[in-house]
Design a protein around this ligand. Structure first.
Ligand code: BES
Ligand code: MN
Ligand code: ZN
Length: 492
């Protein structure tokens, strides 16, 4: 679906339907029908349409096309979010009916920042039009091909539209990968797809570590998680170097958990918890999508992206609980629960990332069920060893209008994951505070002098049906926008 910005509806003669949001304004709270005065004033007067919040009136206007008038209520009470949600919902309801829809937002430009309005409406329309139906033998395609945004200020908006396109395309790619089934999208395939896509990016180099190289790197924990699999593990390493980079150029590393399926291993998940575990690579897909979108804006920082990719399966060779494994860092880990595999994979990849001495590491992972218990489905858990970095990420999340909440790591949790027989164990004494204890484990693999944040997206990565532009089932692609805001605005 494409978006085009036009100055007036005359510039988009082919639209089949026009949506015109409006409000009650002035002393007598009268309906502002703008340039549609002739068409609507009388009609509105003689119908039950009062212009109250949510009231709709559809009519055929002079040029013979349907116009849907939607009132958002009193002008003084409308928020930008209400307007965007209303428009996105309406366009998406009509997406199977029309190929070209025009949305006239001229009445609202004076109320809100036009740039932000254009960016958000365009992004959310492109995200909302997303469908994953490649495995349906009857391909159900939506009709909608184009949305015209009618605004008076079109000339200066191409940057906003371009940003919306770049970021939404990356998010929809992330969604595609997360939605792919695990029998198709196994570790080798996932890594190959990332490699293929990343080769198209300017100033980016791609390296994919195969099993032999992973063994050479002594990534014992990643190999332990992969031990039961018929598919080889992969570590993808991407780097973006801006023009004129020096040793002083700031360097941010993203790290993603890429479990193409998580059965739990010998600590097997119950049957009801297993479907959906194809999405356990959402952290890696999110990290890659954010990397891809960010580098296209040519930021003046160095960005790396490290993805740890495997599935977590059972076989005669699979790792059992009680195993003690040496990590890449040299720390030994007692594996008490093979279902706490994400932190094992991340530990080795975080240690590898530290070799490249980034200033900041941000990892993204569907790490714990406990984050869902703590924060619900809608909020991303944020953990950090640095208050300033945490604040910057919180600010970026606010800008992107994504929910994020900082969670604590306390000394007691750090102590609880010390093992009696090895340096560390991969879970605490019980499930209480599980998301924080998992974060405490990751923190052990961050070297001194590197600021680090961890995003637990187990809740937000799927099924965000409360958002007009997300499906109630399937990948959401959330947190890509927050990371992009951080990477392109944030001072490191
Ligand atoms: N991939 C899961 C976490 C998860 C749960 C993601 C629900 C999405 C939805 C992770 O590997 C896991 O199994 N974590 C365990 C850890 C426990 C054994 C310490 C969990 O949260 O139960
Ligand atoms: Mn698990
Ligand atoms: Zn997992």
């Amino acid at each position: 679906m494409k978006i085009e910005i036009v100055k007036s509806r005359v510039e988009c003669p082919k639209f089949e339907c026009l949506i015109f949001p409006t409000y009650l304004a002035g002393k007598n709270d009268s309906l502002d029908v703008g340039s549609y005065d002739d068409d609507f004033s009388k009609l509105a007067r003689f119908s039950s349409f009062k212009g109250e919040k949510g009231d709709e009136l559809e009519s055929i206007v002079a040029d013979g096309k349907p116009v849907i008038l939607i009132s958002l209520g009193k002008k003084s009470e409308i928020t930008e979010r209400e307007l965007i949600n209303c428009l996105v919902k309406k366009v998406l309801v009509l997406k199977s009916k029309y190929e070209e829809i025009a949305v006239d937002i001229i009445n609202f430009e004076e109320l809100y920042d036009a740039k932000s309005l254009i960016y958000k409406i365009s992004s959310e329309l492109m995200l909302g039009a997303y469908q994953f139906n490649k495995y349906k033998s009857k391909n159900e395609k939506a009709h909608l091909k184009k949305v015209f945004l009618v605004t008076g200020k079109n000339a200066k908006m191409s940057n906003e539209l371009n940003k919306a396109e770049v970021v939404s395309d990356a998010i929809n790619l992330c969604r595609d990968w997360v939605n792919e089934p695990p029998n198709v999208f196994h570790s080798e395939k996932f890594a190959a797809e990332v490699e293929k896509d990343a080769k198209k990016l300017a100033k980016v180099t791609v390296k994919v570590l195969n099993e032999t190289q992973i063994k050479k790197e002594c990534m014992g924990l990643l190999l332990a998680v992969n031990a039961g699999s018929t598919h080889a593990p992969r570590v993808v390493h991407l780097t973006y170097n801006p023009t004129g980079a020096t040793k002083k150029t700031k360097h941010i590393a993203l790290v993603g958990k890429g479990l193409t399926f998580d059965t739990g291993g010998y600590s097997l998940k119950p049957p009801t918890s297993m479907p959906g575990m194809k999405g356990d690579m959402a952290g890696a897909a999110t990290a890659y999508a954010a990397f891809k979108a960010a580098v296209s804006f040519k930021p003046k920082i160095k960005i790396s992206c490290f993805l740890g990719i495997t599935d977590n399966m059972i076989s005669g060779g699979a790792t059992t609980p009680d195993a003690i494994v040496t990590s890449r860092s040299g720390k030994t880990v007692e594996i008490l629960n093979t279902d706490a595999e994400g932190r094992l994979v991340l530990a080795d990849v975080l240690d590898y990332a530290c070799d490249f001495k980034p200033d900041v590491i941000i990892d993204v992972a569907t790490l714990t069920g406990a984050i869902l218990v703590a924060l619900g489905d809608e909020i991303c858990g944020l953990f950090s060893n640095d208050d300033k970095l945490a604040e910057k990420l919180e600010t970026s999340a606010k800008l992107a209008e994504e929910y994020m909440w900082r969670m604590p790591i306390i000394e007691e949790f750090r102590k609880e994951i010390i093992s009696k027989v090895a340096d560390l164990k991969n879970m605490g004494e019980n499930r209480n505070g599980g998301a924080s204890k998992a974060a405490a484990f990751l923190e052990k693999f961050i070297r001194d002098g590197i600021t680090w944040a961890h995003l637990d997206i187990a809740g937000v990565s799927e099924s965000q049906g409360h958002l007009p532009y997300c499906s109630s089932k399937g990948a959401s692609g959330l947190m890509v926008r927050t990371l992009v805001e951080y990477l392109i605005n944030g001072k490191v």
